[in-house]
Design a binder for this molecule. Structure first.
Ligand code: NIG
Ligand code: FE
Length: 411
């Protein structure tokens, strides 16, 4: 069996806090890391490194777990650059542009959609993302939602059925009928390709009753729950997600104290409080608040208050929300930099949220951390520490990525 040693590491981010407490990132120096059969099999002092078939010299760069981007919409066609330009000139974002993308997506061939998914997935990988959740939601017919998920499943196990993104034009004024379609034939066609079900619970999209109906029936079909909630204004979505045991509620831009308390209670109830990255239990039943600063950037909206959530003990994840309307970026380093600059997260909190936090949001224990036994998903930076991800915004610092232990070559 071929082995691969990564050595000359400047700083290793493990996300496994040491008993003595060296911060949430579990930083280690002077260590090397051995990979075999796609897994990390050993981490220890470099001078004791076992012999290996191959070696990667990190040249003093920082090594981190690959980013876990737990929220992205990659299956689409068309372009909404003009909508972005109009927003930058003062137009508000309403989510109405979703229907523009639905029209283009329905008209696209499978291969066109596949090319876009692969292009964006590869673009993300070059920036350090090794796990990516991908949603449907621009098909909104039985056939188009199923094919979106089938194509997404070609590149990720983390697929999410978002038939309840908006009510499509042909159901205008008949939202109950559309929800009936989503809960019935559309779910049946989508479920074989989906791990998760999601609803855009927002004024102008789906209300709490509709969201509850869709999530409940999705859960009965064996899907895990996630929710777009409290993006454009206050609302019931976050508390509904916590009540139903969603793995994550995403956006969380407009939160009441009751929303924050519900999230904090869910984090402590499952023994895995992780606002600071610490872990006091193995279960991961709490609801993560996934923040998507690319959306606030691209819609010129106020950012969510990450500090308030972290101080309350809420588990926070960062993700790109990559989509053609509200956040057309695949860059987790950009989101880390925004979170630090605009959302009052420390660089360590932001890096944790973009790696281990994303893994929590997907209820994964095999990614987002580096310790023996996990998947060998990691990135090597052209920089000596994780701080540089926020300190050097916009600079392509990711020099190498290992995915399942396989170097993605010179990136
Ligand atoms: O997460 N909020 C709903 N869905 C996307 C936006 C999709 C779009 O504008 O096309 C989001 O921001
Ligand atoms: Fe989204």
């Amino acid at each position: 069996m071929s082995s691969l040693l990564v050595d000359n590491i400047g700083e290793l981010v493990t996300n496994v806090p040491a008993a003595g407490g060296d911060g949430p990132l579990g930083l280690r120096r002077g260590v090397a890391l051995l990979v075999e059969a796609g897994r990390v099999v050993w981490i220890g002092p470099a001078r004791y490194a076992p012999a290996a078939d191959r070696r990667i010299d990190a040249e003093g760069g920082a090594v981190l777990p690959g980013f876990v981007d737990s929220h992205a919409h990659l299956v689409f066609a068309g372009d909404r650059a003009a909508e972005f330009a109009a927003r930058m000139a003062g137009e508000p974002y309403t989510g109405g542009g979703i229907r523009t993308t639905v029209g283009a997506t329905r008209a696209a061939s499978d291969d066109d959609l596949r090319d876009t998914v692969h292009r964006l997935r590869d673009e993300a990988m070059r920036q350090g993302t090794t796990t990516m959740e991908i949603k449907s939601g621009y098909g909104l017919t039985v056939v188009d939602e199923a094919r979106s998920l089938r194509i997404a499943a070609e590149v990720t196990a983390e697929t999410t059925f978002l038939g309840a993104h908006v009510v499509p034009a042909e159901y205008a004024g008949r939202p109950d009928d559309y929800v009936g379609l989503v809960c019935g034939p559309m779910l049946t066609a989508a479920a074989p390709y989906a791990r998760w079900v999601d609803v855009f619970c927002e004024r102008g999209a789906f209300d709490a009753d509709h969201a509850r109906a869709i999530l409940t029936v999705g859960q009965s079909a064996g899907l895990g729950l996630r929710l777009h909630a409290n993006q454009l204004g206050p609302g019931p979505g976050v508390r509904l997600g916590v009540e139903l045991g969603a793995a994550s509620v995403d956006h969380c831009t407009h939160l009441s104290d009751a929303d924050v308390n519900a999230l904090a209670d869910s984090a402590t109830a499952d023994g895995s409080t992780a606002g600071d990255g610490s872990t006091s239990g193995d279960r991961q039943a709490g609801t993560v608040a996934t923040l998507l600063p690319g959306a606030e950037f691209s819609t010129r909206s106020p950012y969510p208050d990450a500090r308030r959530l972290l101080d309350a003990g809420v588990t926070v994840a960062l993700a790109t929300d990559c989509n053609p309307g509200s956040s057309y970026t695949s860059s987790m380093p950009f989101c880390v930099a925004l979170a630090v600059r605009e959302m009052r997260m420390t660089p360590a909190e932001a890096v944790w949220a973009a790696t281990a936090g994303g893994a929590r949001a997907l209820r994964r224990t095999d990614v987002g951390v580096l310790r023996p036994g996990v998947r060998a998903d990691l990135m090597i930076l052209d920089a000596p520490s994780h701080l540089h991800l926020a300190y050097r915004p916009g600079v392509p610092l990711v020099r190498q990525v290992l995915h399942n232990g396989v170097p993605q070559c010179r990136l």
